[in-house]
Design a binder for this molecule. Sequence first.
Ligand SMILES: C[S@@+](CC[C@H](N)C(=O)[O-])C[C@H]1O[C@@H](n2cnc3c(N)ncnc32)[C@H](O)[C@@H]1O
Length: 235
Amino acid sequence: MNSDNDKQPVGARLTAALAQFPSQNSQALDYAHAHLIAGLVLAHKPLEVLELGVGSAYLTSVVLEALRENGRGRLTSVDNFFDWNGKKPFHITYLQENNPDWNLIVEDESIFLQRSPSEAFTFIISDGDHTRGYQTAPDLFRTAAPGSVLVFHDTSSEIFRLLARLPKRCRQLGFDNFHFNSKSKPEENTDRGLLVVGKQDRRRFSLDPIVRLYLFWRDKLRPLLKPSNRLNCQN
Ligand SMILES: C[S@@+](CC[C@H](N)C(=O)[O-])C[C@H]1O[C@@H](n2cnc3c(N)ncnc32)[C@H](O)[C@@H]1O
């Protein structure tokens, strides 16, 4: 945020960003999960990050800090401020003023997802509309480019039963995923669940076009050549 802060090592800056918020904010996700997501952003080096649901901006702040450390990548956050009676709260204005590159879109997330181009993002965090999150998940997967990391929060909650079906749904779709929902201290909220999903990279199947070309030659072209060969032999 300022040049003095920029001189600090990344670990200190992330910790400072996390420390700006009360760790037991009931809206925010847990400290451990926020650290995990920041680490994934640091390791994955995404160019386009999408965050659904800003809330306390606890996670937004650490993701912005991780992107700053990467030296590349842009964060787009979507929130209709439903939890704030439709009005932009002061802490969001403050964050915007200090992060001019942050792309905040005030809109219903399902409308945003519907109009989003396919494969537009390489890292997606879903912690917005918990009642319709399961229904909008197909659109969310569509907007994720191959090789993307997707993170869903509150996937073990008794309250959001549809979201709790997401781990099984991802397995059915064949997406690699890991569900973090263990808790070792009473004050932790990690049992609310964090699902980390990998959308497979199509480059893994880059031999596909070559295989298809071979099959086209074998099944379509070669049979066309054979009769003329036979004619030549008869002559
Ligand atoms: C649980 S909070 C997000 C918590 C956040 N990750 C944090 O670290 O504090 C959910 C946010 O999603 C927003 N939200 C709820 N329904 C939404 C919708 N349909 N479209 C966009 N945003 C929505 C709420 O206004 C709220 O700010």
